[in-house]
Design a protein around this ligand. Sequence first.
Ligand code: GDP
Length: 330
Amino acid sequence: MKKRISIEELVLGVKSNNIRLLGKAISLVESKKPEHREQAEILLKEILPYTGQSVRIGITGVPGAGKSTFIESFGKYAIAQGKKVAVLAIDPSSSLNQGSILGDKTRMEELAKDPNAFIRPSPSGGFLGGVANTTFETMLLCEAAGYDLILIETVGVGQSEVMVADISDVFLYLKVMGTGDELQGIKRGIMEMVDLIFINKVEEENITLAKNTKLELMRALYFITHKIEDWKVPVVLGSALENKGLQEIYQKITEFVALKKKKNIFDVERKIQAEKRFEYWVKELILARTQSSEALKKAYLEHKKSASELERNPISEAQSFVNKLFKKEF
Ligand code: GDP
């Protein structure tokens, strides 16, 4: 029989950056089984004092924008600057087909081989299909393991983007030219969340188009006030494939983090993020509770059915179900 790994072993394993044990610790934190949740809590409590030292970078962009190519090049660049890099990718498709975007072995192949890099897909969706997941907790484990930069990749679809913005210190938008998504970006409110823009795939033949796209973006950004008043969102031109623009974007990220720290925003924002995280878990755990017994599951379905058959208002149904839940009628 396989020997069970104790929490102490996991804590030591994470702290000494033992990749196998770090992987196991992440799986424990991701597990939805109640007995695992208890252990995960102990684990997270133990490693908490060793967390918080990294810079957390969220990276978004439409599929095909070049996120994984960028992360590979940028990750290698950062490693060359003496950093250790962890990559967490949130894959909205992974809950549908167990495979993930990282299932494709060609993604970030070189970075994956580097001893100073750690790559891990994050399953999307909470207990009942909520948006957020355990990416934040996985990030803490990576920090305890000594990673200096955590790159969190999200596909530019739906709310996962907001979730990633809510757990990062820096939010980077990868843009491709000629797709007109600068306008869409504004519509979807992404521009308000973005700290830096990297126009990718800028090569010899399209440099003029790239410069025009940059101007267009700058014009759009002019009307948007960044949450840090003196920060002008930089638009960097580059090519992930040809390793261009990496030094500049690295430099801008460093400047942005320095400005946040100077203005005392860095820690304040992390506190706000932790509060949001708390709120998220409250909602998530209440939702999980609704499925914690047969009686509850039954009542949940009955109320839902009554709402869907328009016998009563959805809000009234929800209200009476929640009343029951809190009165512990079950
Ligand atoms: P993702 O879906 O955003 O992760 O995009 P990928 O990194 O998978 O890239 C999508 C396609 O664009 C791939 O065929 C890449 O080789 C290509 N690509 C990525 N970056 C560049 C770049 O800087 N220049 C060019 N020409 N192609 C790139």
